[in-house]
Ligand binder design. Structure first.
Ligand code: GDP
Length: 328
């Protein structure tokens, strides 16, 4: 990978070359120091060509129909003349070791479209570092001319908040389940959604889906909207039968129009950039702290003292920070 020049990456991406786009995202995702520096150089060249897309996050539990929805919606958008990129933030933890999103063949038809780019979700080994790189992957896709970026994740709190912080519109996909229709409310994800889509509203499920929609609309009415001037609503759809998909896309477009007009769109993006800055600062500081030999040397004893209740954690932390600062 290191043999490719920064110029070649930049030119390849700007020319819309999908192979170079994929390789650039791989470069961006890499945790190796030499890749990191080149990735930053590539990104700074691409930056003037970014920001023009509509970024949509899609979340939902495994099996809710995210892949099916993205394929159906993606194909429609491509047909309408858009260039669609699909990225994924896979929250797979070190606990499960496997990928939640990526183990199946996803979006086969969309993948074959010339104006679509589907980035497979990362596999086991690279996890952890990838979620935060997705912001950069979005920029690379935009520089390659993609005007709709769909970012998929699954229903785990942290990955949802991460994706929320990088998209313009956040769509929560639900399926009408038996019993408690409002379970999403408890998890807090409803509060950060810009719309709820009750999927699988087909066949026998249709009536239940409509009931769920009514119930969610009632609940949404009492929540403070995530963005000023936009009241999130619940919709029903069948990703499989392509019903209700146009309606949700119209809602997203109307969101873009209204929010751009009011300035809330731009404000949200600015706030996201600022948040991104602070996330990177926090990450870099943490990395630098734990990498410092004096900290590494002092840590085990202090950890033991804390575990044995001999030292308050805060005192130990402040001591370590002092060691870090004096040895900077
Ligand atoms: P994901 O895990 O959220 O990406 O879910 P998938 O898109 O893989 O869908 C899980 C299962 O639900 C698959 O068997 C799909 O065919 C099915 N499915 C997805 N959308 C619908 C729908 O609108 N109606 C019905 N009946 N089944 C669906």
């Amino acid at each position: 990978m290191s043999k490719v020049t920064t110029e070649a990456y930049v030119e390849g991406v700007l020319a819309g070359n999908r192979v170079m786009l994929a390789r650039t995202i791989t470069l961006v995702e890499s945790n190796a120091q030499r890749h990191f520096e080149q990735a930053q150089a590539v990104l700074s060249h691409l930056l003037p060509h970014t920001g023009q897309s509509l970024r949509v996050g899609v979340t939902g539990v495994p099996g809710a129909g995210k892949s099916t929805l993205i394929e159906t919606l993606g194909l429609k958008l491509v047909q309408a003349g858009h260039k669609v990129a699909v990225l994924a933030v896979d929250p797979t933890s070190s606990i499960t070791k496997g990928s939640i999103l990526g183990d199946k063949t996803r979006m086969e038809m969309l993948t074959r479209e010339e104006n679509a780019f589907v980035r497979p979700s990362p596999t086991g080994g690279m996890l952890g570092g990838v979620a935060r790189k997705t912001r950069e992957s979005i920029l690379v896709c935009e520089a390659a001319g993609y005007d709709v970026i769909l970012v998929e994740t699954v229903g785990t709190g942290q990955s949802e908040i991460t994706v929320r912080s990088m998209v313009d519109f956040f769509l929560l996909l639900l399926v009408p389940g038996a019993g408690d229709e409002l379970q999403g409310i408890k998890k807090g994800v409803v509060e950060i959604a810009d719309a709820i889509l009750i999927n699988k509203a087909d066949g026998e499920n249709k009536v239940r889906a409509e009931a769920a929609r009514t119930e969610y609309n009632r609940a949404l009415h009492y929540l403070t909207p995530a963005i000023e001037g936009w009241r999130p609503r619940a919709y029903t759809a069948s990703a499989l039968e392509d019903a209700g998909i146009d309606k949700i896309w119209s809602a997203i477009e109307s969101f873009q129009e209204k929010m751009t007009e009011s300035g809330a769109w731009q404000a949200r993006r600015k706030a996201q950039l600022q948040e991104w800055l602070h996330t990177v600062i926090a990450e870099q500081l943490k990395q630098s702290f734990y990498a410092q030999p004096t900290v590494q040397a002092a840590l085990p004893d202090l950890e033991t003292a804390v575990r044995q209740g001999k030292l308050p954690p805060t005192t130990a932390a402040l001591q370590l920070l002092q060691i870090y600062k004096t040895n900077q």
